[in-house]
Design a protein around this ligand. Structure first.
Ligand code: GLN
Length: 174
């Protein structure tokens, strides 16, 4: 399996380091033609406006990429903006940088992980097609629709690999 990490802006190095621990081969994706080489894609956290602008500038068409995609924080906003997952997002929903925090996220399988929320968005609508895989208090913070998974937090900024393992499982199922 070879995973692509969108490397236009944001925390792509952190995803790559975490995936090394799981012995997954990764490649930094900087151009659309590289999408043909990979089995799944991660869009990292960062600044969604910048990532969206760069995707357009380099002529990425992620709608034609029919494999699994995982977006973290800004990556979640990007996937919602592109209409690849049918959720509404409120950006910076917890307030400015000062209100960033780390807290437990309860996964649907009963596991707990530490969630790093940095100027995080909130998922403010859900329909029946969206599967909730993780919650912070009552808020859905890790959700999935078909082969798209999004987290409003940054699993790449902790040492825990559980959320990435969920994504790898999704790729194998496809
Ligand atoms: N607030 C950022 C945005 O709207 C996301 C922040 C992040 O990825 N940590 O793009």
């Amino acid at each position: 399996m070879k995973l692509g990490i969108l490397a236009l802006q944001g925390s792509f190095h952190e995803h790559i380091s975490l995936l090394k621990k799981l012995d997954v081969e990764t490649i930094q994706i900087k151009l659309p033609e590289q999408l043909n080489e990979i089995d799944g894609l991660i869009i990292p956290g960062g600044e969604s406006t910048t990532i969206l602008q760069l995707l357009e500038k380099y002529k990425f068409n992620l709608k034609e990429f029919n494999k699994a995609i995982f977006g973290t924080c800004a990556g979640c906003i990007v996937l919602a903006e592109l209409g690849l997952i049918d959720v509404k997002i409120e950006r910076n929903a917890y307030g400015c940088q000062l209100y960033s925090f780390v807290d437990d996220v309860l996964l649907e399988n009963g596991d707990k992980v530490r969630g790093v929320f940095i100027r995080a968005p909130k998922i403010i609508n859900l329909n029946d097609e969206i599967e909730i895989l993780g919650k912070h208090n009552e808020d859905p913070v890790l959700v999935k629709q078909n082969n798209i998974m999004v987290a409003t937090f940054h699993p790449e900024l902790t040492k825990e690999t559980k959320v990435h393992e969920l994504f790898l499982g999704m790729i194998k199922e496809n």
